[in-house]
Design a binder for this molecule. Structure first.
Ligand SMILES: O=P(O)(O)OC[C@@H](O)[C@H]1O[C@@H](OP(=O)(O)O)[C@@H](O)[C@@H](O)[C@@H]1O
Ligand SMILES: [Mg+2]
Ligand SMILES: [Zn+2]
Length: 179
């Protein structure tokens, strides 16, 4: 049976985003219902992975240890609800470095799919920015926009054909678990 894989963007989907970047564990604050949503999905048999741009590393706003501490916090909070978080992949590069992993490039999605040896076709990738949706489209995954984070602003842009729109991660969990 094919793995039930869901891939999430981080800032603006799991936790509050900021135009000043999320630079510390203290600034990393889960959005309402997001931890519970991930735990419920996990307990319902979904593998929840994360693909996140973290140019704040290249910009010198925070270091890898701080980023890993944020992700340890995420794992801890989901585990407290009886769930678990799968692979977390991040792009530490700046916009001008020409890496293969920074969204809208799909490199991180490919890394996750290869890790789980599953095809990316129609795998839901949930994001709040246009680059998230374009990355999904590039590998024939299902672009899913949430209205949290930069989502409302992104809604006003030209979205990839077929983009699904939900209020937040909790609404996505309800959809996937109950349908
Ligand atoms: O949404 P994800 O991919 O999890 O992470 C987004 C963050 O890396 C930051 O990405 C930056 O974009 P630039 O990297 O400066 O273009 C800005 O949008 C920040 O507000 C945001 O916190
Ligand atoms: Mg985001
Ligand atoms: Zn990169």
């Amino acid at each position: 049976m094919l793995l039930k894989l869901l891939i999430l963007d981080r800032d603006g989907v799991i936790n509050y985003d900021s135009d000043a970047y999320i630079k510390s564990v203290e600034e990393w604050i889960p959005l309402p219902g997001s931890i519970e949503a991930i735990a419920q999905l996990s307990k319902a048999g979904w593998t929840v992975a994360v693909a996140t741009n973290q140019s704040g590393i290249a910009r010198g706003y925070y270091d890898i240890a701080t980023l890993e501490a944020m992700h340890a916090r995420l794992r801890e909070l989901v585990a407290e609800q009886g769930g678990e978080v799968g692979l977390i992949v991040y792009c530490p590069h700046g916009p001008d470095e020409g890496c293969d992993c920074r969204k809208p490039k799909p490199g991180m999605l490919r890394t996750i799919a290869e890790h789980y040896t599953v095809p990316l076709t129609n795998v839901w990738f949930v994001g709040d920015s246009l680059g998230d949706l374009e990355a999904a489209k590039a590998v024939d995954s299902q672009p899913v926009l949430v209205k949290t984070g930069k989502g409302e602003k992104t809604r006003g842009k030209t979205l990839p054909v077929g983009t699904l729109i939900f209020d937040d991660l909790a609404a996505i969990a309800a959809e996937l678990i109950h349908n």
